[in-house]
Design a protein around this ligand. Structure first.
Ligand code: PEP
Ligand code: MG
Length: 547
């Protein structure tokens, strides 16, 4: 019985037969003329376009269209022309083709995050072009029976070619929570486990259990194990569906349940999911695709749409957190050795461009126009002086609730002084975990370290929460940690007063919190603090909460 773990990115439990997908890697010389290479590239683009039109899932369609556009990009055609200059048959065109893609590859990689994960999409275009020239047809996947798809990585073209009606679950060795596989699986509502390093151990035809919530893949599961996972999943779903209204513990202690959003449509989803407000509006997403800063008027229009979608509710907006995993082309212009430790977030005010002031002006204006209960916070604050600087600037524009994100060890260690400068705090557990553990949040190989359950992270949170309580400052959590029901209980026990998460996670956290009281939250928070590892904390708390 092989038991594999990875990152659970789409919940659900299924049992099915493994269907492996292998990519054709051409491992022999491919002779061709430059003209033939360009014709193959054109044919690949046309094929991608056809697949885009046929794709049933919107995200798959968008990615395929983007790939088709890259394959037709004049710069790529030029790059190939520059490497294959003579009108002859070259003995092996593979190096020239791969090299022509390398500039695009490096550009995407340097952007990090979501963009870096798109490097696989580029590689796929190169592979397909080579496969077409060599006559090795790309594997066409015909699923005749419901199967668990297992692959090293699933590209957009793979998923578009699959008859996903027959896909029971997706298990891939590569990828993180924002990978194409994760997005597609959530779109289809089927379980998925990514970053499952040992996925290659699974053989075609083998029967496996996949638990996409807990990131588990188990071969030849016995009936008791299947029943355990299925019952647990059903119970979690039933509990989520049963509770509505504002967040409360079973003893009526209120816990504000808010939503994270980055666009107007997210704000609409938040309202539909019964969020009590927005706990983190990530404004940099509005700036990511721009070459220049949006004008104050353009920003006012955008913020007005978001505030209108959440009319009557509190909205916590974060000022631009540009840099590192969220690079904004016109702001992050200086190459950095360590972008996560570089000039990002509020630190960009050091450049004196005035972009934050214009953003504060636009936010204040949109809030007045829409009568919104606006709260504004700054990201990547380290020191009391930075907190005071932000608070002074925000108040100048008439913003009444000013706060900071506590997402660096410095801010957590100095929470008594940092929070004294502002009205509220919000723990960014994604970055706090990355910085406390000194482990890159985007590196799937370090996912055992970038785990917010780690007692080192929880101790930092505890310190911040104790100081927030003493100062009577509301302190929320707006990182992914808030979306894990058991961890949510620990956070409340540590003194956190609100939890902000992706709208899809709200029902489950709401349902779970309604089953436990404050004393239990405090009990499990102390247990978690006393653990020696994330694994132990999770297991010990799980044992108390689920019996
Ligand atoms: C965080 O760091 O936890 C957070 C909420 O912000 P982001 O993920 O956007 O950095
Ligand atoms: Mg952050």
């Amino acid at each position: 019985m092989t038991s594999l773990t990875g990152i659970g990115v789409s919940p659900g439990v299924v049992v099915g037969t493994v269907h492996r997908i292998r990519h054709t890697v051409v491992d022999h010389d491919v002779p061709a003329t430059p003209r033939e290479v360009l014709a193959a590239l054109e044919a690949v683009a046309a094929d991608l376009e056809r697949r885009a039109i046929a794709a049933e899932i919107e995200v798959a369609r968008e990615v395929l269209q983007a790939q088709a556009m890259i394959a037709q990009d004049p710069a790529l055609v030029e790059a190939i022309g520059a490497r294959l200059t003579d009108d002859i048959t070259y003995p092996d065109v593979r190096p020239a083709i791969r090299d022509a893609f390398s500039g695009f590859r490096a550009a995407l990689e340097s952007l990090g995050g979501y963009f870096a994960e798109r490097v696989h999409d580029l590689d796929e275009i190169a592979d397909r072009t080579i496969a077409m020239l060599s006559g090795d047809a790309a594997e066409s996947v015909v699923l005749s029976a419901p199967s668990v798809i297992v692959a090293d990585d699933l590209t957009p073209a793979d998923t578009a070619a699959l008859d996903l009606r027959y896909a029971l679950a997706l298990v891939v060795a590569k990828g993180g929570p924002t990978s194409h596989t994760a997005i597609v699986a959530r779109g289809l509502g089927i379980p998925a486990v990514v970053g499952c390093n040992d996925a290659e151990k699974l053989a075609d035809g083998e029967v496996v259990l996949v638990d996409g919530r807990h990131g588990l893949v188990q071969s030849n599961p016995d009936e008791a194990l299947v029943t355990h996972h299925k019952t647990r999943e059903e119970a979690l779903r039933a509990r989520a569906a049963a509770v509505t209204g504002p967040g409360r513990l079973s003893d009526s202690t209120p816990v504000n349940l808010l939503a994270n959003a980055g666009s107007v449509s997210d704000a609409v989803s938040a309202a539909n999911a019964g969020a009590e407000g927005i706990g983190l509006f990530r404004t940099e997403l509005l700036f990511l695709s721009r070459d220049t800063e949006p004008t104050v008027e353009e920003q006012v229009a955008l913020y007005t749409d978001v505030f209108t979608a959440m009319a009557g509710h509190k909205v916590v907006v974060r000022t631009l957190d540009a840099g590192s995993d969220k690079p904004v082309p016109f702001l992050n212009t200086v190459p950095e050795e360590n972008p996560a430790l570089g000039v990002r977030g509020w630190r960009l005010t050091r450049n004196g461009t005035g972009v934050m002031r214009r953003q504060l002006q636009a936010l204040a204006q949109a809030a007045v126009d829409t009568h919104t209960d606006l709260w504004v916070m700054a990201p990547m604050i380290d020191t009391p002086a930075e907190a005071a600087d932000f608070a002074a600037q925000a108040r100048e524009f008439g913003i009444r609730h000013v706060g900071v994100m506590i997402e660096t060890p410095a801010a957590a260690l100095l929470a008594d002084k940092v929070l004294a400068e502002v009205d509220f705090g919000s723990l960014g557990t994604n970055d706090l975990t990355q910085y406390v553990m000194a482990a890159d949040r985007l590196d799937a190989r370090l996912s055992d370290l970038t785990d917010s359950w780690h007692p080192a992270v929880l101790r930092a949170i505890s310190l911040a929460a104790t100081n927030a309580t003493t100062l009577a400052r509301p302190l929320g959590v707006c990182g992914e940690a808030a979306a894990d029901p058991h961890l949510a209980a620990v956070l409340v026990g540590l003194g956190v007063t609100s939890l902000s998460m992706a709208p899809v996670a709200l029902a489950e956290v709401r349902g779970f919190l309604a089953t436990i009281d404050r004393a239990t939250c405090i009990e499990v928070s102390q247990i978690a603090l006393s653990a020696s590892s994330a694994e132990e904390a999770r297991a010990m708390v799980g044992a108390v909460l689920e019996g």
